[in-house]
Design a protein around this ligand. Structure first.
Ligand code: AVJ
Length: 357
């Protein structure tokens, strides 16, 4: 092969790797540098995130699971109240499936089983439609749930709910309860968050409902009962075992693996900070030395280098935190009527039910 031919032959990328390449090019040539948080979730990153959810400091997953366990019955009762489905009389339904569940960004749906199991106490069969960009996660969700929760039928849908409107399957006489849980909404700016919910709302009808899981903002120290401190929050994103640091650095390892880049992840420090002005946790990767990484040419474009000054950062994630009032305002902005917000005993996390009006 002549040198000229070699330089012309650039790897043809799959659609998903193309998106990774495009985001890397965009984020690393911007000032300040950034990488979008969806890049965290390759196979290694998804495993690290599963580990994060079990960390003592990462209260979010446990708090939300506790809320589901304590309030599932009441959630379905309230979801039904305006719809006239049989369980609103306090009776067990025998008439098929009055509520069908749709879940945005379902992943492997590890917490959803609690809700589905509770719902099968009211109705014999439940249609569950998990939506996610990862087909492997959806396979796992289906395998787990159909085995663990008798009566549940899983109709997975591979789709990007951020960029595309996802069509919802609605059997006759069924009300939809849409789930958007796990604080996934926290990764989006206020405008993006509103747009995601408004687009979901456009697929729903009056009487349908939404269950939104959002993490709560810390209370100011001067508050009467400081239930959640900024340090509790920060520790959840900077754990002692360093799993979140590994999760953050994996974004660079992924660019090395998928794009053949030559980042040295160990030369970047994990930084988590509380941005009070924007009410969000930010994660950054901080360059410990002056360094340069090269991202080779591929079908998304020519090779480029990213130079880092010592102390320069890559902004990898925002995780927005909400007051109960901010959750209600977000829901109302997307044409949902806030119905009830449930929290865990320590008021760390919120699960809010709202009706489409
Ligand atoms: C999956 C977006 C809910 O923001 O808490 C966990 C991701 N980042 N630790 C979050 C995450 C660092 C997580 N979400």
């Amino acid at each position: 092969m002549s040198p000229t031919a070699a330089t012309l032959e650039v790897p043809e990328l799959s659609a998903s790797t193309h998106a990774v390449a495009a985001e890397a090019r965009h984020g690393l040539t911007s000032t300040p540098k950034s990488l979008a948080p969806w890049l965290f979730y390759d196979e290694a990153g998804s495993r690290l995130f599963e580990q994060i959810t079990a960390l003592p400091e990462y209260y979010l997953t446990r708090a939300e699971r506790d809320i589901f366990t304590a309030h599932a019955g009441e959630i379905f009762h309230l979801a039904c109240r305006e719809t006239g489905c049989p369980m609103s009389d306090g009776l067990t339904s025998d008439v098929g499936s009055p509520i069908a569940i749709v879940e945005l960004g379902a992943g492997t749906a590890s917490k959803t089983g609690i809700l589905l199991r509770a719902l099968t106490r009211f109705q014999h069969t439940v249609l569950y439609q998990p939506i996610d960009i990862s087909p492997t996660a959806l396979d796992e969700a289906r395998a787990n749930l159909e085995l663990a929760v008798p009566g549940v039928t899983v109709h997975p849908r591979v789709a990007n709910y951020v960029t595309d409107t996802v069509r919802i399957e609605r059997p006759p006489n069924t009300k939809i309860l849409a789930l958007y849980i796990g604080s996934s909404i926290g990764n989006f700016s206020p405008v993006e968050a509103r747009n995601i919910l408004a687009r979901l709302r456009s697929e729903l009808s009056p009487g349908d409902s939404l269950l939104l899981g959002a993490d709560l903002a810390p209370c100011p120290p001067e508050a009467a009962s400081p239930v959640k401190s900024a340090s509790t929050l920060l520790a959840a994103y900077d754990d002692a075992a360093g799993v979140t640091a590994a999760f953050n650095r994996n974004i660079l390892s992924r660019l090395n693996r998928e794009l053949g880049a030559n980042f040295r992840p160990e030369q970047f420090a994990h930084r988590a900070l509380w941005n009070r002005t924007h009410s969000r946790i930010e994660m950054h990767l901080l360059s410990l030395v002056p360094q340069t990484a090269t991202i080779p040419a591929n079908s998304s474009g020519p090779a480029f280098t990213a130079h880092f000054e010592q102390g320069e950062t890559i902004h990898t994630e925002n995780s927005y935190k909400f007051t109960p009032a901010a959750i209600d305002a977000l829901l109302a902005d997307a044409s949902f009527a806030p119905t009830r917000t449930f929290t865990d005993p320590k008021s760390l996390f919120a699960v809010s039910l709202a009706h489409a009006v």
